[in-house]
Design a protein around this ligand. Structure first.
Ligand SMILES: Cc1ncc(COP(=O)(O)O)c(C=O)c1O
Length: 369
């Protein structure tokens, strides 16, 4: 009997393209006729050097990364970067500006406080629904860098445009929207992303950094977090997460074969549009608290708001159970905010999201009877 079709809306680790998984399966035992698997191969081998360099070149082409930016494949995840960013970049003036729009940028700012003076650009808030108007932003003129989280995965807050930092290098955490749209590198000093949402398995973290920002690490910066050493050694200073980088390289091929970032962006607009339009059509039964201009194309948190508010928890549980019965999994909201969250990463197909939107409509109609 064929297994039930699963539609995976998980926030990460998340769905990978089926074609990529099938290729990994085919190649696993005997990598390209070498008689051993990629998992067993030296990271100093010619074969792995080809994968490491090939993945960098493909990423450079996909994103149109200028030559004066270095591409690093590191470990430690997004959380590792919360420390790496200040350890490598705050030394210039000892100060950095953090624009906190959700829990991930808040955690990054807290981590940075260990290494220098952190200025909070926005007024403090507990409700993350998108940044306030620009007249409330307070930058420090001599900050070493300005930090943003381009897409807040838990709260579903995404920047529609790159904030203007008046020449101060902008550092962006793109863990949850990496490779879902093009990037204008003239506006960034550094970008990082954990792979486990849009580009591969957990284990590798991509850092793209402008060369002139290197050579500035604090003396306490550990070697494995040091961008300058990792750039000098082509991300091969120590053993890299070989398997994760190999799978990520295959995902780069897949993205190119699908039409590149323009197509990934088009699909993300269509997919998120299906969910936001369903919210409008169901007249407030589903509610996303985020301001329209800051709504994420990638992670959509929402609550069910029934006429009788006391029924919210019961209805949300019923919604999630009914979704699971249809094979739609990992839709539960983050433990800190509750409710429901649909994550629409690159490998999640438009037809999967259409199925979710149809289910939302049916559930609304049944509940409203
Ligand atoms: C935007 C963002 N930044 C950072 C992180 C932390 O990543 P990691 O678990 O790889 O440390 C996450 C995790 O979901 C995230 O969504």
């Amino acid at each position: 009997m064929a297994a039930k079709k699963i539609l995976n809306f998980g926030a990460g680790p998340a769905k990978l393209p089926q074609e990529v998984l099938q290729k990994v399966q085919r190649e696993l035992i005997d990598y390209h006729g070498e008689g051993i698997s990629i998992l067993e191969m030296s990271h100093r081998s010619k074969t792995y050097a080809g994968i490491n360099d090939g993945a960098q070149q493909k990423l450079r082409l996909l994103l149109n990364i200028p030559e004066n930016f270095k591409i690093l494949f590191l470990q430690g995840g997004g959380t590792g970067q919360f420390a790496s960013v200040p350890l490598n970049l705050i030394g210039k003036t000892g100060k950095a500006d953090y624009i906190v729009t959700g829990n991930w940028s808040r955690l990054a700012a807290k981590e940075a406080e260990q290494y220098g003076k952190v200025n909070y650009v926005l007024p403090e808030t507990k409700t993350f629904i998108g940044p306030p108007p620009k007249d409330q932003w307070k930058f420090t003129p001599d900050a070493s860098y300005v930090y943003i989280c381009d897409n807040e995965t838990v709260y579903g807050v995404e920047y529609p445009e790159v904030p203007d930092t008046n020449g101060v290098p902008l550092v962006a955490d793109m863990s949850s929207n990496f490779l879902t749209r093009t990037i204008d590198f003239s506006k960034y000093g550094a970008i990082f992303a954990g792979a486990q949402k849009n580009v591969g398995p957990a284990g590798v973290t991509i850092v793209i950094i402008r060369e002139d920002l290197l050579n500035n690490a604090l003396p306490v910066c550990p070697t494995v977090l040091n961008y300058t050493i990792m750039a000098r050694d082509n991300s091969l200073h120590n053993t890299p997460p070989v398997f994760s980088i190999y799978v990520m390289d295959l995902v780069f091929n897949w993205i190119k074969s699908q039409g590149g970032l323009k197509e990934m962006n088009r699909r993300s607009q269509v997919k998120s549009g299906l969910i936001y339009d369903t919210m409008i059509a169901t007249k407030g039964f589903y509610s996303c608290p985020v301001n329209k201009s800051s709504r994420s194309r990638i992670n959509i948190p929402f609550r069910i708001v029934p006429a009788d508010v006391a029924k919210q928890a019961e209805l949300e549980e019923k919604f999630l159970a009914g979704a699971e019965d249809l094979g739609m999994i990992q839709l539960k909201g983050h433990r800190s905010v509750g409710g429901i969250r649909a994550s629409l990463y690159n490998a999640v197909g438009v037809e999967d999201v259409q199925a979710l939107a149809d289910y939302m409509t049916n559930f609304y109609e049944t509940a409203s009877k």
